[in-house]
Design a protein around this ligand. Structure first.
Ligand code: SAH
Length: 257
């Protein structure tokens, strides 16, 4: 028998607002003896007496996952936090990678993934229903994959009529990729395709912008922005005195039921 392994909860904090943290996530956070995560995400979690917070840098996902697994394998009750949903371009996959490659003790840890509201859902909800028909999500970061693969996926997704949610559109180290993505998409989609820039949604500094693809530029986005690029079917409905609705009809290819 090995010593009793502990538990690792991989917890999604949602897009920012406390009201968008699920009760299950709040319970998992309250239950933990140690919290691991990227500093700004840990700052969102109210401090509790007797609970330790171990902050790490943004780019240290794998070593953070290993540290949390090591603490849990030693019997701890550990929570590892992610923004949004932990399974969307976030810590849950880093934990699975660490378990697959790591020591046998990691496989004994009781791992629970607690879902959260991912950024594309929070952004979509602000403007109407841009994800009302088929859509996909692409991480625009080329840290873990070659840029050529991003380009091929952009072409395939736009060519197949998917609405595209772009996570990680820009960073200081990746200033040009979003502009290059818009250039490609302009070749495949109508100039008036709606594009939504949703920044820091549900936080104090939230900003939503809706522009036509023809006017979409990388300068409108930063690291806290999620970009939704419509399909050829996505429409903008003007409403006097109110913000427009952006939506993608549920039907396509001639079906209207
Ligand atoms: N796991 C997270 C995504 C991590 S990748 C989730 O499910 O939301 C980080 C990217 O998510 C950011 O670059 C941005 O594109 C997006 N993002 C996260 N929080 C956001 C928010 N509150 N508003 C807009 N975009 C957000």
């Amino acid at each position: 028998m090995t010593a009793a392994a502990g538990r690792l909860a991989v917890v999604g904090l949602g897009p920012g607002a406390e009201s968008l943290v699920t009760p299950e996530a709040a319970a998992a956070l309250a239950d933990a003896g140690a919290l691991y995560g990227y500093g700004p995400y840990l700052d969102r979690v109210p401090a509790r007496p007797g609970q330790r917070k171990i902050a790490s840098d943004n780019r240290e996902e794998r070593s953070r996952a290993e540290a949390a697994l090591t603490a849990a394998a030693a019997g701890g009750r550990v929570a590892l936090v992610s923004g949004g949903d932990p399974g969307v371009f976030a810590m849950a996959a880093a934990v699975c990678e660490a378990v697959e490659a790591g020591p046998a003790a990691f496989r004994q840890v009781d791992i629970v993934v607690v879902p959260g509201i991912t950024a594309m859902l929070a952004v979509a909800a602000r403007v109407g229903a841009p994800l009302g028909h088929d859509f996909c999500a692409i991480n625009l970061s080329d840290n873990l994959k070659p840029w050529e693969l991003v380009e091929a996926r952009l072409d395939a997704a736009a060519g197949a009529g998917f609405v595209i949610a772009l996570y990680n559109p820009v960073s200081r180290a990746r200033p040009w990729q979003l502009g290059a993505a818009f250039e490609r998409l302009r070749r495949l989609l109508p100039a008036d395709t709606p594009v939504v820039f949703g920044r820091a949604v549900s936080r104090a500094d939230e900003r939503i912008e809706i522009v036509r693809l023809a006017e979409a530029g990388a300068g409108r986005a930063d690291m806290a922005t999620l970009v939704v690029v419509g399909s050829a079917e996505t429409r903008l409905v003007e409403r006097p005195g109110l913000t427009p609705l952006v939506y993608t009809p549920r039907s396509a290819g001639g079906r209207t039921r």
